[in-house]
Design a binder for this molecule. Structure first.
Ligand code: CUA
Length: 315
């Protein structure tokens, strides 16, 4: 599989307040554990190398040492417990207005993304790639259509389980613009490893432009080849599983393709969105991602190019 460039995926490079809380806790744990390890090894080496004491060490001295070491251990564990609870409280604290509300639904093996607004005509549905405004809070509501998945965007927040018939909610905020890769963090079947997402944190005006673009229906160009491609698409089994708003395709089993060409990757972050990769995916997705729910599509060779032209025009 081709490596994708330009994104970061790291829990030790926080880009927002939530991941920073987790990062600080991780740092605290790291240095406490390092100190404990160094002390234990130092005592071990001292014990191994010093000259043997008298055959019978007085019982009281040994007992005092064991009690002291136990007390120190309990003290350290208690301190770590308190630090962990404080971090949990900080993560749960909500102090923001006008958040962006996004419902993210796990599927084997891709993410359905639904931007929620009070007016239905403002809502946006997309897949695998999330755009968020820098500096504004985002409420993520995670659920699943099939098995248990887990949403994890380490630069922005901790993990959240995506459970069928249940909604788990977290909030996050990106304070630095960037592309943050997220990953399903709960084993969910054969292609669990190929269930990624990209989060594009961008300045508010750019985000609003993206949102407005996504709200519109399909805007393919009107060339003859593209129109032919659209006809091929509408007569193919594609329409049973995919939606392209503005065409007859209204399936909901697979990702919404209305603005497919505006996405940078295919198959949940598996490969770059190029005509060659898209052709490979349509004709034999099972070779790229074995076990996925899309059957091989038997496209006559003369139809493939117009079909690709149509799909790649869906900006
Ligand atoms: Cu979805 Cu692992």
């Amino acid at each position: 599989m081709i490596a994708l460039a330009g994104f970061t995926q790291s829990a030790v490079n926080p880009a927002g307040p939530q991941s920073a809380h987790i990062y600080h806790l991780w740092h605290l744990y790291l240095w406490i554990c390092v100190a404990v390890w160094v002390l234990v090894i130092a005592f071990l080496i001292a014990g191994l190398t010093r000259r043997r004491p008298q055959p019978q060490t007085p019982d009281t001295k040994l007992r005092r040492s064991v009690i002291t070491a136990t007390a120190i251990t309990i003290g350290i564990l208690f301190f770590m417990l308190v630090a962990s609870i404080q971090t949990g409280n900080a993560l749960a604290t909500r102090s923001f207005t006008k958040p962006v509300s996004i419902e993210i639904t796990g599927h084997q093996w891709w993410w359905e993304v639904h931007y929620q607004f009070s007016q239905p005509d403002q809502e946006v549905v997309t897949a695998n790639e999330i755009h968020i405004p820098v500096g504004r809070a985002v409420i993520l509501k995670a659920t699943s259509q099939d098995v248990i998945h887990s949403v994890w965007i380490p630069n922005l927040d901790g993990k959240i389980d995506a459970i069928p018939e249940h909604v788990n909610t977290i909030w996050l905020r990106a304070d630095k613009p960037g592309i943050y890769r997220g990953q399903c963090a709960e084993f969910c079947g054969m292609q669990h490893a190929h269930m990624a997402m990209l989060v594009f944190a961008e300045p508010e005006p750019k985000f609003e432009r993206w949102l407005a673009d996504q709200r519109s229906g399909a805007r393919s160009s009107a060339g003859a080849v593209v129109m032919r491609g659209r006809q091929i698409f509408e007569n193919a089994p594609c329409v049973l599983c995919h939606t392209i708003r503005g065409t007859g395709a209204a399936g909901t089993t697979g990702p919404d393709l209305t603005h497919l060409a505006s996405r940078t990757t295919l198959a949940a972050g598996t490969m770059p969105n190029t005509p060659g990769n898209l052709a490979g995916w349509i004709t034999d997705s099972q070779r790229i991602k074995p076990g996925n729910n899309m059957p091989p599509i038997n496209v006559p060779s003369e139809d493939l190019q117009p079909l690709l032209s149509f799909l790649e025009s869906l900006r």
